[in-house]
Design a protein around this ligand. Structure first.
Ligand code: C5P
Length: 398
């Protein structure tokens, strides 16, 4: 539960994206947060207080003169024990109010009255022209300058029928951003390149050789690095996984393509983490046409050639980033792990205790560095990824 014990004040302003705020409220609750909803009058035109109250189990406030609060100071009372205020959706008008310090209703007053330690995040949701209007852009810059975190907006189809920037992020993306806001920024300003997933080596146009890597560990690490404040690029073999929000993904199939994508992007990276299960060999005599079954029962004779070792090549670059490798071994991990780290000439190698981790949501890791080895005990892959980011950041700083 990523938000266990956190109190989130969820502010709704006027916009059709209010329906997504209902789903977000539910997700925040599922992640362990207590959700206190405050709505503007305009928001109540789009979704009712009853819906938000039923979803959160807490009284919804809309009015600064609400007599239910004994001292009549809801703007103070509702924020003093808050861990964050999140405005979803944030209208053009509300952005303007925040940028200028206006406070003529409960939600805007509460934002101004929040203690400095309480982060304020806003998810803009508006028509493309409204978003691109110079006044809105000026307000967006002002909000950023004031330390307010803008979540999105995204670009795409809009409720009004137009297309473009201004569309609110989806609840799942907002969740990733809100959870990220609570993670320590151990890789702030760092550029991180990762590989993840399996590779696929064609035999003919419809067949190929691959492996059981799901990409889950690499994707979790990409997410954890982004949560830690890094600028993250993920070179991914074929997987069915959603790219973590805010991570730039380059899709590849073969080891050679993965190699080429890494080499084209490695300059200027601070950290390279090779999580992908790269095929050691490819089919040298792959057919450009689909192979046909022989009438005489004979099988195709495949010949193999070795793929480039991406990690070793990056580690050998004259100005190489900090390099981290992964290894999956079925036995003698402690012995093989240390040997593999030395062979690849990298400062840190992460061992999976058994290739049976492929496809699972949990894992156990062993870390090999020049001091020896330590373990990260059994946990889900995102938890391990966050711990690993901590381990990597500490070593990079040293
Ligand atoms: O040599 P081995 O495959 O056991 O090493 C595993 C590590 O090397 C992983 O980090 C993997 O991503 C990386 N690797 C690579 N290119 C290859 C083979 C492995 O980057 N061709």
């Amino acid at each position: 539960m990523d938000l266990a014990g956190k109190k989130i004040v969820l502010g709704l302003t006027g916009g059709v994206a209010c329906y997504k705020a209902a789903m977000l409220a539910r997700e925040l609750g599922r992640a362990g947060a207590t959700v206190q909803v405050v709505m503007t009058q305009a928001a109540t035109q789009f979704i009712t207080t009853v819906t938000m109250q039923a979803l959160t189990g807490n009284t919804v406030y809309t009015d600064q003169w609400d007599a239910r609060i004994a001292n009549n100071m809801p703007h103070i009372d509702l924020t003093r024990d808050a861990d964050a205020i999140v405005i979803v959706p944030c209208s053009t008008d509300f952005m303007s109010k925040l940028a200028h310090g206006a406070c003529d209703d409960l939600l805007s007053t509460l934002c101004i009255a929040r203690p400095a330690r309480v982060p304020l995040m806003v998810a803009p949701a508006m028509n493309v022209e409204m978003w691109q209007n110079p006044a809105t852009q000026r307000n967006a810059r002002q909000l950023r300058q004031d330390g307010i975190l803008l979540l999105g907006p995204d670009a795409g189809a809009q409720a009004c029928g137009e297309m473009g920037e201004g569309r609110m992020l989806e609840p799942a993306q907002l969740m990733e951003d809100i959870i990220a806001a609570f993670q320590p920024k151990l890789l702030a300003g760092r550029r991180v390149l990762l590989t993840a997933g399996p590779t696929f080596e064609p035999i003919d146009p419809v067949r190929g050789i691959t492996n059981l890597s799901s990409g889950k560990m690499g994707y979790a690490l990409a997410r954890a690095a982004r949560e830690a404040g890094a600028d993250v690029m993920l070179v991914s073999g074929p997987t069915a996984l959603e790219v973590p929000h805010g991570v730039q993904r380059i899709d590849v199939q073969t080891a050679q393509q993965m190699h080429d994508a890494v080499m084209a992007n490695v300059a200027g990276q601070d950290l390279f983490v090779a999580v992908a299960a790269v095929a050691d060999w490819r089919v040298a005599n792959a057919s450009t046409q689909k192979l046909k079954k022989n009438a005489d029962g004979g099988a195709p004779q495949l010949q193999f050639t070795q793929n480039p070792d991406i990690l070793a090549e990056v580690a050998a670059l004259p100005r190489c980033p900090y390099c981290v490798g992964f290894a999956a071994e079925s036995e003698n991990l402690a012995q093989y792990g240390a040997a593999k780290r030395a062979k690849k000439n990298i400062p840190l190698l992460v061992g999976n205790l058994g290739p049976q981790t492929f496809g699972r949501d949990d894992n156990t890791l062993m870390l090999f560095d020049e001091q020896g080895h330590t373990s990260l005990p059994h946990a889900d892959k995102l938890t391990l990824a966050r711990q690993l980011v901590r381990e990597i950041a500490r070593r990079m700083a040293a």
